[in-house]
Design a protein around this ligand. Structure first.
Ligand code: LLP
Length: 433
């Protein structure tokens, strides 16, 4: 199935937004707001679009758990054949709980602890994507102590400025904490050759996130394949090349990265290398498949400025505040002709930086009405916090006409779990001493 087959995950039918066949206002009624809603069929279609485009080469699509770690979504993707790109023992646990086999898991991140390495080695993951000399040497020590061979790939820092919309989501240039410069990469593989518990299995690169062009990928891949050729001449026999994730999607009408175009530049290079390909998509699979539903509490005018105050904010969806990211905000039920004003859609959190949209032309809603914040399936719930002692929202998954509550809303008891007041004997659930 090509990407053209994909329909919009949240169509407007008879003036009201739906997820699959379900009106969003029904979901808000049943589960309350703020609320995350995911369209499962859209998630699956996105995954299949990648599989279709890359079918010409032996590959592993290791879904990036950090984008949306819902067990239900992980389980569905795992059943379709996906692996997982993880960055912590927590994500390892999630992926394993959801049934993703360890031999499909790759482990990235600059700060892996000894305990994390031990757990991942014991689980038997596919590979560690190693980000420094210190990490490789620690991996060697942990693997030797366990007497388990550690499969690894060095994550190369290609020193490319990737065309990502925000500096925080560019990871491929020399000024970031990620990866290892090329000359040092060669040294690390050479150093590993004498170590019986280290197994050089692949080579890795990840240049950033929300990238809408294919050229940075082919540039980065060419560079790591040059390194791989040198390693091969020196006797290393790598199995895979990992090009990371970052494939961009539309937030504001921009064109999505077309998988066939990406495959068009990647496949010839991979095929001539004879290596297996690892992909680490996150946002591309889940981003457009999610909306964040929030209800208007107040509409406030201060001088000439309008604030639409809603019941969800930066603690549930931090992207607008943290990356100045644009998310379309739309009424769930078309209100009919209303005056359009330039408004700030803001949350209830006590920060001036708590907004979902700023200076946005919007038909003025009324208190009690619902707004949908689009493209919230990736880095929405996973970046949610309890700031201002707010309960994290529920997550729902819609499959055609069926609705699943896949995570219940947190309660105020959840907020104090594990806490205690030592001198009063008052304890939250789960507190130890
Ligand atoms: N692989 C590695 C090594 C990564 O660091 C990431 C994302 C991915 C794959 C998946 O990237 P994706 O395909 O989802 O773009 N919170 C930010 C994005 C941070 C991305 C971090 N790393 C945002 O909301 O835009």
């Amino acid at each position: 199935m090509g990407e053209g087959v994909l329909t919009t995950p949240f169509p407007r039918l008879d003036g009201e937004l739906h997820a699959g066949g379900v009106p969003l206002s029904d979901l808000a009624e049943r589960f309350g707001t703020p609320l995350y809603v995911y369209n499962l069929e859209h998630v699956e279609a996105r995954y299949r679009a990648i599989e279709q485009a890359f079918r010409g080469v032996d590959h592993l699509t290791a879904y990036s758990v950090k984008a949306n770690g819902s067990l239900a979504i992980l389980n569905r993707l795992g059943r379709l054949g996906a692996g997982a790109d993880i960055v912590s023992v927590g994500e390892l646990h999630r992926a394993r709980r959801a049934g993703i086999p360890p031999e499909r898991i790759v482990f990235a991140g600059v700060g892996k602890t000894e305990a994390e390495m031990r757990e991942a080695l014991e689980a038997g993951i596919y590979a560690f994507n190693v980000e420094s000399r210190g990490e490789l040497s620690r991996l060697d020590a942990v693997a030797s102590a366990l007497r388990v061979a550690a499969p690894f790939a060095v994550r190369v820092n290609p020193d490319l400025i990737s065309p990502s919309p925000h500096e925080y989501t560019r990871t491929g240039h020399a000024q970031t904490k990620f990866g290892v410069p090329v000359p040092e990469t060669l040294e690390l593989y050479r150093w590993a050759r004498g170590r019986p518990w280290l197994r050089a299995l692949g080579i890795d690169v990840h240049i950033g996130s929300q990238i809408l062009e294919v050229t940075p990928y082919s540039e980065a891949l060419s560079l790591v394949l040059d390194v791989e050729r040198i390693l091969r001449q020196e006797g290393d026999e790598l199995e895979f090349v990992d090009i990371g994730g970052g494939y961009g999607i539309p937030y504001d009408g921009e064109p999505r990265l077309v998988m066939e175009d990406l495959a068009g530049v990647i496949l010839p290079l991979v095929q001539s290398s004879g290596l297996r390909l690892v992909l680490e998509p996150g946002r591309f699979i889940v981003g457009e498949a999610g909306v964040f539903l929030t209800r208007v509490e107040y509409v406030k005018q201060v001088g000439s400025k309008w604030f639409v105050i809603v019941d969800g904010g930066m603690s549930e969806l931090i992207r607008p505040s943290h990356y100045e990211a644009f998310h379309v905000v739309d009424p769930v039920v078309s209100p009919g002709p209303r005056p359009v004003e330039l408004v700030d859609v803001v949350g209830p959190i006590c920060e001036t930086g708590d907004f979902l949209a700023r200076r946005r032309p919007l038909e003025l809603p009324e208190p009690g009405e619902l707004l949908a914040v689009y493209t919230a399936g990736a880095y929405g719930f996973t970046m949610a916090s309890n700031y201002n002692a707010r309960c994290r929202p529920a997550e729902t998954l819609v499959e055609g006409d069926r609705v699943h509550l896949v995570r219940r809303r947190e309660t105020v008891e959840d907020l104090v779990r594990g806490e205690s007041i030592p001198w009063s004997g008052i304890r939250g659930q789960g507190a130890t001493s």
